[in-house]
Design a protein around this ligand. Sequence first.
Ligand SMILES: NC(=O)NCCC[C@H](N)C(=O)O
Length: 405
Amino acid sequence: MAGVNVKSEIMPLKKVLLHRPGDELLNLTPNTLEELLFDDIPFLQVAQAEHDAFAEILRNEGVEVVYLEDLMAEVLDLYPELREKFLKQFIFEAGIRTDRYQKIIYDYLNDNYVTNKELVMKTMAGVNLQELHTDKSNSLVDLVSDASKLVIAPMPNLYFTRDPFAMIGNGVSINRMYSETRNRETIYGEYIFKYHPDLQDVPEYYSRYNTFHIEGGDILNINDHVLAIGISQRTEPDAIDQIAKNIFHSDSPIDTILAFNIPNSRAFMHLDTVFTQIDYDKFTIHPGIMGPLTVFEIKPEGEGIKVREINEPLEQILTTYVGRPVKLIPCGGGDRIAAEREQWNDGSNTLCVRPGTVVVYQRNDVTNAVLREAGLNVLEMPSAELSRGRGGPRCMSMPLWRDDE
Ligand SMILES: NC(=O)NCCC[C@H](N)C(=O)O
């Protein structure tokens, strides 16, 4: 299937982009957790088994699963001359600025990771000083450095494929990320959307080289002409102004962007951590979002945009733009403690595989029971280790293709 087609959050999912967590999780340490945006260190083997179970659920639902590491390796296999360019860019963006180290790391990676797949996985995992076997007598830096120091940091958040690149209708936003640790993730997006035969013709609505940050967890496709974007800890209003102009002046049928201003906190990291659509007329929401939300409607006007604030309850706003009465199902079933606990483990972050069928974390049993009572087909995935990275099934998946009906 070439190109991308994602005009909703709910229509039958046909193709999805995942990343199987790898050795990058082994390079998380207590001192780096905060900077690397994790709350604890997952047990890799179990995290991988959980992730494989997620992929299997999707395949059983008729979804083609493709992996980021495979797409990137396929690009390098197809265009061997890109291997050097990619590696040099990767090393530079990892903060290595001296000629000596750029060369040492380049040679180390290029010589020891021979297949492109091995090389791509290694760039994700990170590199520590002792792997490089540098001659310490030649450099004061090497002599005084801790041998286990990471010279290239890992990218442990890559299994949240939702965030670095987001499909919008038939196009893509290659995002500028909020945090330093996640900014390098979009290098893979730059290559696959430029060179992969299935993705190279996809129009780009935002570039990783723009100044303002925006992340895919904040981008929700309501239908073919309405897009919702969260103003959050991760997404700046300036980025929304910019992407709105780019979309309105492209071939996209999108004529309305709703900007949801959500509180700036870790529990409400992205728009998809506070609500996701699960059926034609149903959304799961975090009850904590009901009070503080302000929403803005953005429309094209001449060369620019026109913005107005909408002073209506969330249910009314969604009813208007979805085009039918909607029901909001609160995470935790209305119990404050259950809601906060399950929200922390992404109770309202579901991946819809077709209207009324959702993949959820097994651990959120109160919310899952409420969803079943509301008539949903609930597919549970194991989640003891994956949830330590603070993202759920929607965060861990980037749809590339949904049928239109
Ligand atoms: N869309 C999402 O909410 N993604 C979850 C991302 C979790 C990751 N540890 C992060 O803080 O970016």
